[in-house]
Design a protein around this ligand. Sequence first.
Ligand SMILES: [Zn+2]
Length: 177
Amino acid sequence: MENSSDFAAVPDAFQRLWTPHRMVYIQDGQQPHPDDCPFCLAPDMDDEKALIVARGTHAYVLLNLFPYNSGHLLVCPYRHIATYDEASPEEIAEIGTLTQIAMRVLTAVSKCDGFNIGMNQGRIAGAGIAEHLHQHIVPRWALDSNFFPIIAGTKAIPKLLGETRREVAEAWPPGTE
Ligand SMILES: [Zn+2]
């Protein structure tokens, strides 16, 4: 069993119903230790372990360990900054470029119909890891709504994270990492 606190992720209030039988990512106590910033630790790990799909010069892209949907990506600057207004012009530019590429890759890989993209700034705004800036890219499908979130606070994640990471990483265009 792998320890979920070793992975970079943004916890939220949803419980998840994991359809695959291998539940290697599931365990109690999923909040990372507050002294260890998972978005600072992730780039030092290998891509598979950290769920990283692409590395840029100023920012990188990883799969969210606590996805709202299959293919839920996060774009993070390497630098430990909390809010968007602290980001440098270079970081802003690369976060934007990586977000565009992520949209194209997810569209090609998953045939999604739309996206929710955004940043929660501060815990009051819903940031799971408020100390390190991260942009959410959540693919959406026309038929992706189901009754689970309404009746049980549960979302069905139909693919293992490792499988999704590999698909997205392999579809990522060369020269952008
Ligand atoms: Zn950090």
